[in-house]
Design a protein. Sequence first.
Length: 306
Amino acid sequence: MRIYALLASTACVALTTAGASGTWGKAPRLPTPRSAHAVVVAAGAIHVLGGPGGDRVDRFDGHTWSLETHLPGGIVNAPVAVALGTRLYVIGGFLGATNLPTADVWVFDLSARTWSAGPPLPAPVGGAAAVVVGGRIHVLGGGNNVSTVATHYVLDPDTGQWTTAAQLPRAEGSPAAVVRGGKIYAIGGRSGFSDFGNTYIYDPAADAWTRGPSIPPRGTAGAAVWRGSIYLFGGESQSARSVLGGVFRLAPGARAWRRIGRLPTPRNYAHAVVFRRRIYVVGGSKSAGDSHAARGSRVVEWLAPR
């Protein structure tokens, strides 16, 4: 049985504002503060998990948040999560609020409501990015307990086997990643005290990366694809020790990103997903420089793009 949070519906709490990016509104707040977390849409709901604050997996059905389950491996920060059908994959991350990475993969069956252990990563990694292309899970970059990495691991869920693909052009943690037109876009990222503004585009057919348009350097941004355009939200500038609020769009065929607005609440770890004809930006930290012990927020805001 799910435990439901005492929160009003989105329609009741939405305070909308219009801007160049579209119309922004507020959704019901998260049950607990979240940062260095993962956000994924599966089985008709948004699922939020990970972060140093607890082992909860929370579910949003468009009206209220509820407790779906608890992570079987305990607290993990900066994991990645993807959905394949009714299965939710939780991959890697750092144990607790530490910088000790794990190779664990856990699979939650949303129909049976049961956890099982998946095939471990070839090497422990946290702070990566993950997407699904052609039914396979791609895990990009991140870091171990020594440095950032450029690794690119691919899981075939049918065989349970991990393979390696062409590495990222540079070692980086906390990039944003999306899929558009069957290709992977890895955007921004960081290593040490450096932030990056590159966009790298991976073609699975060629197993090769090419360069795309650059953005102002940042790590821990969120990204989502809406009607063929890539939207990028927030992030962090380590050099300026500041949380960023800019919203950028890369339209189909465009040669440059265009800044189109600003998050109502600037955040790093500003994870974004498309849900019910809106882009939801869920949780994230309003403070800079707190990576593995980032102070999360309960903020959930949505954008109805123009």
